[in-house]
Design a binder for this molecule. Structure first.
Ligand code: DC
Length: 222
């Protein structure tokens, strides 16, 4: 008897689309593992900033990405022995992550790390190229998006709630800059993968979006 592959739900989309929140809740509901692939690019960004590596030096960044010791433990992210869960969430690390993610050397160094998250009973993976490159055989492929204005407003509210000062127009501009770079790069650009279902969350609550993803997954033939 041939064994069925471990199921993967791939959720791709632009920055601040809510895909991380939706993906982790779907994983929780199904009892699946969860991969936040953006965190890996953010970790490379942080480590490269510490080592003062130029964001244009793909070769050096690729070597750095290969030797990082990364672990995800009980909701904490650990890089080379240091807890960096919050440190990698800043806007500046997000922008740097987008800049270093254009290099094929960096992307290749992270392929195996991402695929190792595929463990029974299943995985929900979020990022930019989950459906197109990392898990092309995913059982369900979703492109989760929202208008730039809705995304900037969500990011603004999140930052204010955390007591971090923010300007809506600056956030909108950063987000559009990041979208443009993530979508236009040569290596694994952000795109709607063939076979992906588009979910626009501009007018949806988190619970509504989670329910739609679960319904789509459950209505897929095994
Ligand atoms: O999802 P995020 O905002 O945490 O991701 C940060 C950056 O990392 C994003 O702007 C582009 C890059 N990234 C990528 O290139 N491929 C992925 N699968 C995930 C993130």
């Amino acid at each position: 008897m041939t064994e069925l592959p471990i199921p993967v739900i791939a959720i791709d989309g632009p920055t601040a689309s809510g895909k991380g929140t939706v993906a982790s809740l779907v994983a929780e509901k199904l009892g699946f593992h969860y991969l936040d692939s953006g965190a890996l690019y953010r970790l490379v960004a942080l480590a490269s900033e510490k080592e003062a590596i130029d964001t244009q030096n793909g070769q050096k960044l690729g070597l750095l990405a290969q030797k990082l010791v990364i672990s995800f433990e009980k909701g904490q992210i650990i890089l080379n022995g240091e807890v960096v869960t919050e440190t990698i969430r800043t806007e500046s690390i997000g922008l740097r992550a987008s800049a270093i993610a254009i290099h094929p050397e960096v992307r290749e160094a992270l392929v195996g790390v991402q695929q190792d998250f595929r463990k029974a009973p299943g995985l929900v993976a979020d990022g930019r190229d989950m459906a197109s490159v990392i898990f092309p055989d995913a059982s369900l492929k979703i492109f989760l998006t929202a208008t730039a204005a809705a995304r900037a407003e969500r990011r603004y509210k999140q930052l204010i709630a955390k007591g971090i000062s923010a300007k809506l127009d600056v956030l909108l501009q950063d987000l559009q800059e990041r979208d443009a770079r993530d979508s236009s790069r040569g290596a694994a650009p952000l795109l709607i993968a063939p076979g992906a279902q588009v979910l626009d969350t501009s007018e949806l609550s988190i619970d509504q979006a989670v329910k739609i993803v679960l319904d789509w997954y459950q209505s897929k033939p095994a």
